[in-house]
Write a protein that binds this ligand. Structure first.
Ligand SMILES: [Zn+2]
Length: 657
């Protein structure tokens, strides 16, 4: 029991240190730069490579149950998603599974990617299971557990009907014949990965043993199906998008202690893409973007379970190339779903089909994982950028409806899915994004607590009997207050993130300046080591200023930021057909008529001379250019808050900035 708890907590957050001691295994840190006593990433005992010393985590995520969201906007987004999950009709979700298993179903089929003939069908059900599990963990709302448990019971019936090997899908197994024979086929492993990940979440977060049984059935079918192929045949099948099959199987191996699943996971290592990354070579140009990201999330997990540096190097290099050399100012990536250009070439890529939202969902997942290894601030900086300026910029405030592309074509607008008519991948990851909002805020190990994001929230550090509450309206105010609640005094290091954009940051502890003689460097952590007692208060001041981020290959193209916030130009609704703010088809999310947008003539080194705050009381973070834009000045407001009108993120300046 101890070990299973331990493994689930590694997957879903929480401290594993007590369990480590119980297992009698001494963690051996072997990641360069990691010297703190840390939790191991795998139990070792039954691991196929248990003789190797396994990597350790420097920072462990908190489980969703222990992070309470207090920010009213985040609460609204979560509430909209919760209602959406409750409103989804389970019989309609199950329809294709039942039809495929030759079980009766009279439900009305769903649309687009979940229609009865679509090769993706079933994938959305996996996202639904993950989202229900995460939402239950976040809110404790039992209705989600009931709904997900019932869904698993029905899926189990379909699986039993489909034969003894454990196959479970909403499409026939013959699709895998097509894949293996090189015939045209949809993303069959991708769809199965989502279902398997959903079952793993239901098992781990909802304590549902039936979900594990169904999942193990699918995994042993996967073992049988892939075990028949030569290595070359298997690698050929991996040219078709397969989601994170290596990740879910590696996780299953850790949860069950069964090394067989790790063997099967490794069959999904796509060497054509992973080998160059492990050698530090970027061969991503022209590749489909979201096909690649999950492969490296899987690689990161395989490193944790094997200690093989091949996986570590591949995951870290891939992250660096995508996050730092292939992303827009918002943290999103891709044009028309592809890495179309070489690294640091984006000026030609300001189109209406940029930044598929799934990609950022997956990049945040990879970022959280890499942060746990060494707790480096570059990961937290990227996380804040992409979470605030992409993920939070997606749901329409009226109904929480997600979107597919977050385009950066000057003059376009955000197009959302018609509620209950979109079943694309980004609708599925859209459900998940807002069911697990507390991820990435806080991390810990035995001696330390990390505060990575500044949103009103509260973390419950059970092992220490400590709660830390953040009171802030960040990013609408440039500060946060951390209030410690402690049953008894406890010594630990509070690591407060000093973001990359915060020059001149300062901290006070109970009103006294922390390190008054030192400036706190941007992109670092202020480490406050003391014995904390009930009522201790830390005030973090993070001065925000206007700054530019230029496109790497064109110094006359730049986005305007204020602190962490990407500002976008409010370009109004002229010639904007309100019917085109919603669409039920991702293919209608592009094709915007071109619009002329203002050109900026201001001095890029003295932004506050010509970009001034608008003093409207209810519109914080709103600015207007002053005699600096042609043909007319423009109002700038946070991109995450700008909906239902045309916008501009990247501006053409008259001269290099
Ligand atoms: Zn997508």
């Amino acid at each position: 029991m101890i070990r299973r708890d331990f493994l689930l907590r590694i997957l879903y957050g929480g401290s594993a240190l007590a369990a480590t001691r119980a297992s009698g295994r001494v963690p051996v840190p072997n990641i360069p730069g990691t010297s703190q006593a840390s939790a191991p990433l795998s139990p070792g005992g039954s691991d196929p490579q248990s003789t190797t010393s396994l990597p350790t985590r420097t920072a462990i995520p908190f489980p969703l149950e222990d992070v309470k969201i207090l920010d009213p906007d985040l609460l609204r987004m979560r509430h909209q998603t919760l209602n959406y999950l409750l409103a989804l009709d389970s019989d309609r979700l199950l329809h294709n599974f039942r039809v495929n298993a030759k079980l009766p179903s009279s439900a009305e089929p769903l649309y687009n990617r979940e229609s009865p003939t679509n090769g993706w069908r079933g994938h959305y059900v996996g996202h639904f299971l993950s989202a229900c599990s995460q939402m239950y963990a976040s809110t404790g709302d039992l209705r989600l557990k009931t709904k997900a448990d019932a869904m698993v019971a029905e899926l189990a019936k379909c699986q039993a009907q489909l034969g003894e090997r454990g196959y479970l899908s909403a499409f026939p197994e013959s699709s895998f014949d097509d894949l293996e024979l090189g015939r045209p086929v949809a993303v069959v492993w991708y769809a199965l990965h989502k279902i398997m990940a959903g079952l793993l979440d239901v098992n781990g977060r909802l304590q549902n043993p039936q979900a594990l049984q169904v999942l193990e059935g699918m995994a042993s079918w996967t073992d049988w199906r892939t075990g028949r192929l030569s290595q070359e045949q298997m690698q050929r099948t991996l040219q078709i998008e397969f989601g994170g099959m290596n990740e879910v199987l590696a996780n299953l191996s850790a949860v069950t202690g069964n090394p067989r699943y790790l063997v099967v996971a490794k069959r999904f290592d796509h060497h054509a893409v992973m080998d160059p990354a492990a050698q530090g070579r970027d061969t991503l140009t022209q590749l489909h973007a979201n096909t690649q990201i999950p492969k490296f999330i899987g690689a990161a997990r395989e490193f944790e379970l094997t200690g093989d540096p091949y996986y570590r190097d591949a995951a870290q290099f891939f992250w660096q190339q995508v996050a730092l050399h292939r992303s827009y100012v918002t943290g999103g990536n891709s044009t028309n779903e592809h890495f179309r250009t070489p690294p640091d070439v984006l000026a030609s890529e300001l189109t209406d089909l940029t930044q598929e939202t799934c990609n950022t969902y997956n990049m945040l997942k990879l970022t959280r994982q890499l942060f746990t290894w060494q707790a480096e601030s570059q990961y937290a900086d990227y996380y804040e950028r992409a979470f605030l300026n992409h993920i939070l910029a997606t749901p329409n405030p009226a109904d929480g409806s997600p979107l597919y592309y977050l385009g950066v074509l000057p003059g376009q607008w955000k197009v959302h899915f018609v509620p209950h008519q979109g079943y694309f991948c980004c609708c599925g990851t859209g459900l998940e994004n807002f069911s697990k909002l507390g991820e990435g805020f806080y991390f810990h190990n035995e001696q330390s607590l990390w505060v990575n994001l500044f949103f009103a929230s509260e973390v419950n550090w059970r092992e220490k009997g400590i709660q830390v509450r953040q009171e802030t309206r960040f990013p609408e105010e440039p500060r946060s207050r951390l209030i410690v609640q402690a049953k008894s005094p406890a010594r630990f290091t509070l690591n407060v993130r000093i973001p990359y954009w915060a020059e001149g940051a300062s901290l006070t502890v109970n009103g006294r300046r922390f390190r008054p003689d030192e400036s706190l460097a941007p992109s670092s952590y202020a480490k406050i080591d003391r014995t904390w007692k009930n009522g201790d208060r830390v005030e973090v001041n993070l001065p925000m200023r206007l700054h530019l981020q230029t496109i790497p290959d064109d110094p006359t193209l730049a986005a305007i930021m204020y602190g962490p916030v990407v500002l976008a130009g409010e370009l109004g609704t002229k010639n904007l057909d309100p019917k085109r703010i919603y669409s039920d088809d991702k293919f209608l999310h592009g094709g915007f008529p071109a619009t002329a947008v203002p050109e900026l003539a201001g001095d890029g080194h003295a932004l506050d001379k010509w970009i001034q705050p608008v003093s409207a009381k209810h519109r914080p973070l709103t600015f207007r250019t002053v005699s600096a834009a042609r043909p007319e000045d423009v109002t700038l407001s946070p991109f995450y808050r700008l909906f239902n009108q045309r916008y501009c993120v990247y501006w053409r300046f008259r001269t290099a900035v």
